[in-house]
Write a protein that binds this ligand. Sequence first.
Ligand code: B12
Ligand code: SF4
Length: 480
Amino acid sequence: MKVEKIRFIEPGERPYHWTLLNHFVYDRYIRTPSVGLNLLATAVKGEFKDTLMYSEAISKIPWKDVEDADVVFIGIFTFQAKRGYQIARYIKAHTRAVVVMGGLHASMNYQEAVNYCDYVLLGEGEESILELLHGLREGLPLNFPGLAYRKGGKTVVTGKRRPPETIDIIPDRSLVYKYRNRVHYNTIWPQVHASRGCPHHCDYCALVRHFGREVRTRTPENVVEDIRRAIAFFRFGPFPRLLKGVWLTDDNFFADREWALEVLQKIIDSDICWPLTVQARYEVGFDDEMLSLLKRAGFFELALGIEFVDDEDFKLYHKKSRVDEIKAAIKNIQSHGLSVRGLFILGADNHREGIGDKLADFVIENHIQGVLIQSMYFVPGTPVYEQNKGRLLHRDWSKYNGNVVHYPKNISPYKLQQEHIRASKRIYSPGRLLRSLLTDDPLHKMLFFGEMLWHGSICLDLKRELPYLKKRSQAADCQP
Ligand code: B12
Ligand code: SF4
C-alpha cells in the first residue's frame, strides 16, 4: 500500500479547548505534549518526510489534514484512553488510513485497544514502528514480535518484543503542530527523558512492567544535547517566558549512579544555565556527592515518589521505603539548597478517615514545596490489578486522572475523594501562599502560586465527581 503521509495523534484527556487561564495555570486542558510520541515521530520522519504530530494538549486536531493520511499512530496513557478510542473510531469510520495504537495503556490493555484500531504495537515503539511501516509499504506479512490485532474474531499477539537497541534519540519538537506557539505558557515545561526501567517492582507500578527492570540509559552527551535543544526551543517562542525550568522525567534517574554522576558533570561542564528538576527515589537524599553535583548543575528541586506516609502501606505494596528514612533524606536534600516535591498516593488498603490531614501534616512538617496527589488505581498487568480488579468503580478511563476510581478497604470512595480535597486545600492554603511569598525565592514563589491555582482547578474536578461517588458509596457492597 502507499505509505507516505504519516500522522501521530496524542489525545487529550478531553478535546483541546482554549482558555485564558491556561496561560498561567497548569490546567486540565493544557500540558506538555508527549515526549514518547514525539520521539517516534522523529524516528519516522527520518524516512517518511510527510510526518507530523498533533497533540490535543496544545491544539485542536486539523481533521482535514488527517483525512488523507496513510497511517495514523495514536499513543495513550490511561487517562487519555477514552478519547484515544473515540479518535481511532472516527478515523477508521471516515478515512482509509491504517490506525495503529500504542503507549502504556494500549500495551497493557491490548485486549481492549485492539478493538478500536487495526494494530496495537506493544512496548517501546522506536524500532517496531519502522518495521510496521516497511511491512505495510512492501506488503510483507506482519509477524514481527510486539504486534496485536484482531483476526477471525480472535486477538492475535505475535509475542513479546525486546526493548530497542538504542534510546539515543533527541525529539524534534518542531514536528509537533503549534508547539512553538505555546512555549511561553508557564504550564508547559521542556521535558527530557534520559533513562528507562527501574530495578524495583512496587505492586501498583505499571511503568516497571512497561519499561522493565533493567535500567537503560542514553549517553550523557545525548542527554545534554537534548536539554540544550529543549531550552533553545522554549527560549525562542513568540513571547518571553516567565518560569524557566527543564524537567528530567525519568522515574528513577539515580538508579544507575555512575551514569547519573556523569550526566551531572557534563551539565556542569556545558553552557546550560536553566533551572532543572528531576524525579527520584528518596535514597539519593543520602548521597552527598550527588546532591552537591545536582546543586552545581543548576537543579533547584527533587521530585520524590514518596507515595505513602505510613510504613504499613509500603509493606502492603512491596515498596522498599521507610518513613523515618524518607524524612531524613528530605532534610539532607534541603540542607544542600534543593527543594523537595512530593508525589503521593491516596487510597491504600490501610487508609481511613483522617488520611488527608495526615498527608497534609507530613507535607507541611517536612517543608515539602509542591505535591501531586494521585488516587490508587489498578492497571492491567500489575499485581494489584489481578488482586483487585473487582474493586474498580468503573472503566471510564478519562476519570483516571486523580479521582477515586476504586472501593478502598477502610474508607468509602466518597470520603476518600473528600480527604484528597482536604489535603490539597490545606497544602495550598492562603496562609501557606503568604509564607511562600514572604520567604521563598522568586522561582518557588511563582511555582507555589501557579500550583495553588492548578490544585484549585483539580479540586473543582474532584468536587464534580462527588455526587457520583456518594451514590456508589451508598451501595451496600462498599461500606467500610
Ligand atoms: C511527563 C509526564 C507527565 C506530563 C506530560 C504528559 C505527556 N504528555 O507525556 C504531565 C505533567 C502533564 C503529566 C500529567 C499527568 N500524569 Co504523567 N507522567 C509523565 C511521565 C513522568 C513521563 C512521560 C514520558 O515522557 N515518558 C517517556 C517516554 C519515552 O515513554 P512513553 O511516553 O511511554 O513512550 C514510549 C512507549 O510507551 C511507546 N509509545 C508511546 N506512545 C506510542 C504510540 C504508538 C502508536 C506506539 C507504537 C508506541 C508508543 O513508545 C514510546 C517510546 O519508547 C510518566 C512516567 C513515564 N515514565 O512514562 C507519567 C505518567 C504518564 N503520568 C501518569 C499520570 C497518572 C498522570 C496524571 C493523571 C497525574 C495526575 N493525577 O494529575 C496527569 C494527567 C494529565 C492530564 N490530565 O492530561 C501515569 C499514567 C499511568 C497510566 N496507567 O497511564 C504515569 C505513567 C506515571 C506513573 N507513575 O504511573 N504527566
Ligand atoms: S520505585 Fe517507582 S518506578 Fe520503580 S517500581 Fe517503584 S513506583 Fe515504579
